[in-house]
Structure formats: C-alpha cells, structure tokens
Design a protein around this ligand. Sequence first.
Ligand SMILES: Nc1ncnc2c1ncn2[C@@H]1O[C@H](COP(=O)(O)OP(=O)(O)OP(=O)(O)O)[C@@H](O)[C@H]1O
Length: 445
Amino acid sequence: MSDSTTADDSRRTAGEPHLTVDGLRTYYESEKFVGGKPVKAVDGVSFEIGRGETFGIVGESGCGKTTLGRSILQLEDVDDGRVSFDGTDVTTLGRRGLKEWRRDAQMVYQNPMSSINERMTVGEIVREPLEVHNWESAARRRERVQELLDRVGLRPEHYHRYPHQFSGGQRQRIGIARALALEPEFLVLDEPVSALDVSVQAKILNLLSDLQEEFGLTYMLIAHDLSVVRHICDRVGVMYLGKLMEVGPTERLFTAPQNPYTRSLLSAIPQPDPDVGADRITLRGTPPNPRDPPSGCVFSTRCPFKIRQPEHENLDDEQWAAIAEFRRVIRERERATATTLQRAKQRLGMGTEFTPIREVNEELFGSLTYPESVESTLNQATELVEGGDVTEARAVLDETFSTVCEHEPPEQHAVGDGQSSRCHRHREEYREPGEYLDAEKYLPR
Ligand SMILES: Nc1ncnc2c1ncn2[C@@H]1O[C@H](COP(=O)(O)OP(=O)(O)OP(=O)(O)O)[C@@H](O)[C@H]1O
C-alpha cells in the first residue's frame, strides 16, 4: 500500500524489517462536533526499522514526531495504516495482544517523571510496570529492580529515595530503568536528552548505546537536536506537517540531502564560522496549521526550491520571494476573513486590523521591477483585495503563479542508496533540487 516501499526496497536489509510503518494516519478530532477540521498530526507516514537499528525522526516543533511515536506504541487511536512488528499488525490487536505489545515496546520521555506520582520511591517507579504485568513473584520483582538500577548506573540505596532528590540525568536513568523493566525489544526515545546539560547528555546517550548493544534493542529516536541524531542514528526520517519528506542513511542525509525541506532544515543549523554560513537558506515563518495543510506539497508555502511556471523562470530569487510573501499575506487574509463576523465587517466597510494591501504591495514590490504581465497581475490582485474580494485575488494569483507543487501531493521517490524523498523536482521533467539552486553553496557543512 505504501509508496515508500519502492524507496525502501533499495535498502540492504537482511530479511524482513523488525518494524514496518505503512500509511499511518493519526488525526486529532477534538473539534469535530463544532465543525472544526481535525489536526492531521500524522498523515500517511511509511518507513521501516531493522532489528538493532537506531532510526531518528527530526523536524520542527509540532510536525507530529511525538504523535508518530505514540501511535506506533498504540498510545493514540490511529485513523488508518498499519504498524507491523515482526510481521504482526499491532493496530488490530485485541486486549491481550495489546498488553503484550506494550511489554515489547516502551517509551522514554523527555521529562520521565512528569507523569509519575511524586510520592512514589524510585523502587516503586521502576517496579510498577512489573506489577501491572504481574511479572513473577514479589521477591523476584524487587531483585529485578535492583538489577535494573545497577545497570543504569544508580546505587542500591537509591531504591527508597524520591525522584525530586535526583538530578535531571539521574531522573532520566530512572526513566530508562522503568522502560527496560519488562525486557522490551523496541524503544521510542522521545527527546531523551534535550532537557539535560550537554555533559550529562553524552553520558545518557552512551548509556542508551551500551544498553542497545547488550540487549539487542531497536530504537526510534525523536530529537530536535540534529547533532545528537547525526551522532547516534543509523538512518533518519525528516518530518514536516505530518509527513515524512525524506528518509535515508544518516551520513548521506546530512551530507547529500535531496529534499528541499531537509536542505532548509540543515542549512538553518548555526555554523561555528559565521562566514561559512553566509549562503544559508532562510526557512521563513513557522509551519502552516496542521488543521489546514497546504494543498499539493505540504512544504510548498515555504519552499525555496518551488517549481515555477516556465514564463517566470527568469525572475530572480528576490523578485520571486516577494511574490511568495504577497501570496502568503493574501492566503492568511482569506483565512481570517472566512469568519462570518469578518465578512460582515467587510461588507459594512468597517476597518479590519490588516495593513492596507496597497501598503503591503508597495513595501514588497516598491524597489523591484517586474515584467509588465507580472506587474499587472499583482496590481489586479491588490485592487481585488481593496474591493473586498480576497478570494478572487487569491484565485488570480494562483492562476498566474501556482504550479504542480500546489496542485498535487508529491510521491516518494527513491533518490539514492536507501534514500527517498518526497518532492516533485525528482520527476524527470524538472530540475533536481540540487541543480535548481547552486548545490554546493547551499549544502550544510
Ligand atoms: N492530544 C492532542 N489533541 C489535539 N491536538 C494535538 C494533541 N497532541 C498533539 N496535537 C497537535 O498535533 C500536532 C503534532 O504534535 P506533536 O506533539 O506530535 O508534534 P512534535 O513534532 O512532537 O512537536 P514537539 O517537537 O513540539 O514536541 C501539533 O499541531 C499539536 O498541536
């Protein structure tokens, strides 16, 4: 079913993958009863993880990383898709099967103690999953907790202490011991070190790496910090607005990113040498609302590599960026004026909080010179907004400037050894992202 199978086929896996995620969708529909649109937190995600592998998930805040992790563990109700673990689809399990899955797969959180009763001792915290699963005898459980504390670098006397008596790093050790209690095979590590000091981060990452080797664990690591991901992941998936934009082996992804979003994300990493970073791509604004993602490619509203209509190929980047900004302003205005109150105000000629569109036009285009046909479209759209018809203004701009990027969702294309990317530019008829902008100039270093 997934279009990623083609891309992932090229991966050198020995036998079946350990975990296969296929077309996974998780929507939050909290507002559906009042007619709100669902949040498309995870929207058709597919990838595989091999046994013993560390697979990283990166992306800006709110792109759906945590929801993806929770959905795989069946801690969220998924709307569609499959999650197979050693060939068993865990999305269709009954109560007993689900309980078993929750032994095999565990989550390590950024703040491990946030959901735990402050009045529980460390021993009780680590022992709790054993009790829930009725694991062996009480004496064996106590023994097991001692073994676990020792294994994660805590001392026997810590058993009777409370989490608030520990440092952040030690609390994460407690969280890891608890996650390991039932001998899982697969762990989702959700920002496990981002709340810790750098020196402590390295110790926890080393511990996780030792545990992985000792127990043959498979990890999915969710992280903001790209250097952590580069350091410990075998492969990485780059997520944007609920979709995986690129998947590939870590070094290839960091040194030869193929997707415009990955390039933008990596390019945004601060460089130690300010001169080196002079040609960075600026990732403008924040991601759009996942309740109302852009049609076509979800990255199309911010993409510096967007495909243009042939007659506009000669516009320079500055001219093109100003048009993109003008379209963004009008889209936002259209969204805001879609409310009944705003429409009524507009009809009554009552002022809105918006800057007059003529001013926006002058600010964006005042110092630039465009071909006559482009200029007349921009003026026509401006006049339409002035006349109150924002929707028609948007349609006029779409007609002149929109391309496949805004009309069709891109497929996932195999773009190298085990690497896949979701972008129309990989289609034969277009120039690849790397050819479109000066590849060397924009590559992360
Ligand atoms: N329980 C919920 N109900 C409604 N919306 C939610 C819920 N949990 C998350 N969301 C929304 O789903 C989207 C994805 O959130 P998620 O926490 O998965 O992203 P994330 O990439 O992990 O973000 P961060 O890096 O900030 O933790 C966001 O728009 C978020 O606001």
